[in-house]
Design a binder for this molecule. Structure first.
Ligand code: AHR
Length: 323
């Protein structure tokens, strides 16, 4: 009997030590290393997006190698090369423009590192350079802006409006697709005339500069400003006021993003409509990166849910935006 107990004791001890060894090996495994190249800090949206990605990485236990490209494509290309050299598990980046990524993405592919596009898309003839895109449906955003304008013109009983468009960075996905969606939405409506589309590069300073140009050129014949982001809208509004017009009344103001500062201006009646573009892509990014590291399949396009905020609703009920 004593010998039997000793055998049982030895068997349990061996099993315990073996299992401890196994657990140690697993916990020693390096975590996921994600390299992320951000475009820059051009807007409240972008700053909110960076913060959301950093927070999500921390909460998911993912090691984030973050590089800010300060609005330069060459800096993004250099960052991706750095991620390859560091042998990160997954690369993610928000391409500032759509063209010019083939070579560096071929290098990532040759290194066997999956690439996630965040926020914006690329344009390429090659296949398999990226695993997926996590970002807004920019075409739908532009389309919803156009649909709002039609409803607004209906409600005011106007028979004609002159529209000035201040666009985002030329050759970027949100610029191309927001413009296409907006133009498609208003295309069949003979009351709509686009008098000028002007590049504001998603920057507040350019929104102001462009608005001064538009006011000098077209004066009180401007009925509508369609601005591709809040930052440019917030730059344009003081210029409209300085010229003696009342934004939201003398001109219909339509914006995109939905950051807190612009929502406050909407509540004050100086913006009529803001189509939401959420910067909160961090959790989706971390979940997708983890799946790619584990070799699991991922959806090729992931769009977050978005809504429209406008003077058609009780704007006092809009919850704090968090960016
Ligand atoms: O790509 C998303 C756009 O980029 C946001 O609308 C804009 O504010 C940002 O700079």
């Amino acid at each position: 009997m004593k010998r039997f107990s000793l055998i049982i004791f030895i068997a349990f001890t061996v099993a315990f030590l073996t299992s401890c060894g196994k657990e140690n090996t697993e916990s020693d495994e390096p975590g996921l290393l994600l390299g992320f190249s951000q475009i820059g800090s051009e807007s409240a949206w972008r700053i909110g997006n960076t913060l959301d990605i950093e927070t999500a990485a921390e909460q998911s236990g993912i090691n984030l190698m973050f590089e800010n490209a300060n609005q330069k494509q060459e800096n993004q290309i250099a960052a991706i090369r750095k991620f390859i050299a560091y042998k990160v598990d997954v690369i993610a980046f928000s391409p500032i423009v759509e063209d010019g990524w083939d070579n560096v993405l071929e290098e990532a592919k040759d290194a066997g590192i999956p690439v996630i596009l965040v926020d914006r898309d690329i344009s390429t003839d090659k296949t398999d350079l990226t695993s997926c895109l996590i970002g807004a449906d920019f075409y739908r955003e532009g389309y919803m802006a156009g649909e709002y304008l039609i409803r607004k013109v209906d409600s005011l009983g106007l028979d004609h409006v002159n529209i000035a468009e201040i666009t985002g960075t030329v050759n970027s996905t949100p610029m191309r697709q927001r413009q296409a969606g907006f133009m498609d939405a208003i295309a069949g409506d003979p009351r709509m005339t686009v008098i000028e589309s002007i590049d504001g590069d998603f920057l507040k300073s350019r929104g102001a500069e462009n608005m001064r140009h538009l006011l000098e050129t077209y004066g009180d014949t401007i009925d509508v400003i369609f601005s591709h982001n809040d930052e440019m809208t917030l730059g344009a509004i003081p210029e409209i006021e300085n010229a003696g017009f009342v934004p939201g009344k003398d001109m219909i103001i339509i914006s995109i993003d939905g950051g807190q500062e612009a929502i406050d201006v909407l509540k004050a009646g100086k913006i009529n409509c803001i189509v939401e573009c959420t910067p909160k892509l961090g959790k989706l990014l971390m979940d997708t990166a983890a799946k790619l590291k584990a070799g699991e399949p991922v959806l090729s396009v992931i769009h977050p849910e978005e809504q429209v905020f406008s003077d058609e609703q009780d704007t006092s009920q809009i919850a704090p935006r968090g960016y």
